[in-house]
Write a protein that binds this ligand. Structure first.
Ligand code: SF4
Length: 183
């Protein structure tokens, strides 16, 4: 059975209305949404526990758009502003591939590669954890770290937050782990 998408609803409505009788120019009639002839792949928004269904439109091996799935009983074709921007998150040409670093006592920022930043974060985390790790408290084994906290951002998805909780909580013993998305 052919899946009904927002475009197929519009196309069906247009054909029913007999296009030649409508006050559209020939050019307007020929125009089509860019998702026409794209493959609609079912997916789930990665951001929060609501689990809204998405249609990911693909042409060739390229994602060209992501919309809410009208067949979903959860979101009925809608997406919140965050989920509606899933396409831009994946394809944004303004995505930054480096970090800005200001060294201690420096008065200017330097551009550094992401790999350098990851190494620096790992070293500082290890150093700080070694200083703050508490094995026992009040006679009880606690094995925890209270001098580091983690605060997640809104564009982190479920899988990233799962890994953060595993690594920082179970792995490193960090107690204070918080996230905007309430996961
Ligand atoms: S972030 Fe928004 S679109 Fe995504 S699952 Fe949650 S409510 Fe739905």
């Amino acid at each position: 059975m052919k899946r009904k998408t927002a475009v197929s609803f519009v196309e069906a409505a247009l054909s029913e209305r007999q296009v030649e009788r409508q006050p559209f120019s020939p050019n307007s009639v020929k125009k089509a949404a860019r998702i026409r002839n794209a493959t609609a792949v079912h997916s789930v928004c990665p951001y929060c526990a609501v689990g809204c269904s998405q249609l990911v439109y693909v042409k060739g091996r390229t994602i060209i758009d992501i919309e809410g799935n009208p067949e979903s009983p959860i979101n009925a074709g809608t997406l919140c502003p965050k989920g509606a921007n899933a396409f831009q998150l994946g394809t944004n040409p303004h995505r930054i591939h480096h970090v800005l670093y200001r060294a201690p006592y420096s008065d200017h920022w330097e551009q550094r590669p992401l790999d350098w930043a990851m190494q620096r974060i790992a070293e500082l985390t290890k150093e700080t954890r070694d200083q703050g790790f508490i094995e026992r408290k009040d006679g009880k084994v606690v094995n925890h770290v209270t001098n580091i906290a983690a605060l997640g951002g809104a564009t982190m998805d479920n899988e990233e937050n799962y890994l953060i909780k595993k690594l920082l909580g179970a792995g490193l013993g960090i107690v204070s782990i918080e996230n905007q998305a309430r996961i």
